[in-house]
Design a protein around this ligand. Structure first.
Ligand code: PA5
Length: 426
């Protein structure tokens, strides 16, 4: 039984079952290409069976390093950008309770060139016992490389020769400047398998080391992903939530619903949506094709973009995350008077009210020609997080293959880098 139930019943005025099942063959074909490593970008499908093939000793090495960092650091500075930070950030946000500070504290840098932010983190770390996990698959990305230079200087200033034991580098097994630097300096390293690209790397040391340092169970996470791998690679199309969802996404695009709004009603999903935006955007937005992914937190955004969704251009469909329960329960209390006229809600849980907001919004949006897909889930723990990230990577692989684009490259990202370097050199 899948951890995810995909429901397209709120989209049947835009797509028909006949259209959906017309994509069965293409979807099966896409899955076969992923599983047999014969499709576009087949050099980068190492993630597909990785939850199964990942060695237990690899996780043991990660856990050992995490324990060491936990024992000697107040802060772990995680340096990385794009796929080299969003997965871990997403995991930390959804797994830890609100307002909970992990021990050690995890701070992400190198995902921006903001001078104000970077210097603020330097000031915050100064005088504290901190370690660095520098993450770059290519080992040559500008933003993390600059941040690493800055934080390494601070570490060396504070710890002298001991700094070496506080640097952990996650990078390609053989190539790249970072791999070379690590070997020369003798830092502990973690390899990202050569056939797993950045945005598909959350279940490698890229995500697992910071997640383990934060105290979460990486064994359970990989176990969840393994379960997803087995289910999604075997379930027939009609029962396969990832394949049906991937086909629906392509149908929406063919009907000029070019913007996919990824909607959660839980604020701690913000970075999960950031991770997903990157996964979809970089994997599918090429050759002038692809859906434009937008992350939305409701009901917050109903009071900003909600107007556009209801009444703006009819180019949107929504994929809504629905959690079957809430990890914390709060109810509307009795008040000394009914001045706010809310007495009818007394005793109702906020989760129930949030659900009615979600249902009401779906009805209003469907009426406004905005089709809705629903993903029904249980509240996330490590295992379900592992399942969920695998679900979306699998969906992306299938969806991009149906679309006819290589899900694993990102040629467009190079253009800004080239122009920036020209400016920096002039
Ligand atoms: O998905 C990708 O490959 C990218 O988003 C990368 O993760 C990002 O550009 C960072 O690259 P690197 O890890 O090589 O520094």
């Amino acid at each position: 039984m899948s951890h995810i139930r995909f429901d397209y019943s709120n989209a049947t005025s835009t797509l028909s079952e006949k259209e959906l099942f017309a994509l069965e063959e293409a979807s099966n074909d896409a899955r076969r290409q992923l599983l047999t490593k014969t499709g576009l970008g087949n050099d980068y499908v190492g993630w597909v069976d990785y939850p199964e093939t990942q060695e237990a000793s690899y996780r043991a090495q990660i856990q050992k390093a995490a324990d060491k960092i936990r024992s000697h650091s107040e802060i772990l500075v995680v340096i990385g950008i794009g796929g080299s930070y969003l997965g871990a950030k997403a995991a930390l946000e959804v797994l830890k309770p609100y307002f909970h500070k992990t021990t050690p504290e995890i701070i992400f840098v190198g995902n921006t060139l903001s001078s104000e932010y970077t210097q603020s983190v330097v000031d915050y770390c100064r005088g504290k016992r901190f370690s660095i996990n520098v993450i770059s698959k290519s080992g040559k990305t500008m933003e993390p490389a600059i941040a690493f230079r800055i934080f390494r200087a601070l570490l060396e200033e504070q710890f002298g020769v001991e700094a070496k034991d506080r640097i952990f580098a996650t990078t390609d097994p053989t190539s790249g400047v970072l791999r070379h630097q690590a070997e020369v300096a003798g830092w502990e390293t973690f390899s990202v398998p050569a056939d797993i690209g950045g945005r598909y790397s959350v279940l490698t040391a890229v995500g697992l080391l910071p997640i383990a340092v934060a105290g979460f169970d990486i064994e359970a996470m990989v176990r969840g992903a393994k379960e997803a791998f087995h289910e999604l690679s075997h379930l027939p199309y009609k029962d396969n939530p990832a394949m049906l969802y991937a086909a629906c996404r392509n149908l929406m695009l063919s009907k000029q619903k070019t913007n996919e709004f990824l909607v959660a009603y839980e604020p701690n999903m913000l970075y999960f949506l950031e991770w997903l935006k990157q996964l979809y955007g970089e994997s599918e937005g090429k050759n002038h094709k692809g859906l434009f992914p937008v992350g939305i937190i409701n009901t917050t955004d109903l009071h900003s973009l909600g107007q556009y969704v209801q009444d703006g251009q009819r180019i949107i469909f929504e994929t809504v995350f629905h959690f079957n329960a809430s990890r914390r329960v709060t109810t509307v209390p009795q008040a000394s008077d009914n001045g706010d006229e809310l007495d009818s809600l007394v005793g109702k849980s906020l989760h129930y009210i949030n659900e009615q907001a979600m249902r009401g919004t779906a009805l209003a949006h469907i009426e406004g020609e905005v089709p809705n897909f629903m993903l029904h889930l249980d509240p996330l723990n490590e295992e379900r997080f592992g399942y969920l990230v695998y679900f979306f990577m699998f969906t992306t692989g299938i969806s991009a293959h149906i679309l006819g684009v290589n899900p694993f490259d990102q040629p467009g990202v190079e253009n800004y880098k080239k122009k920036m370097l020209e400016l920096l050199r002039s």
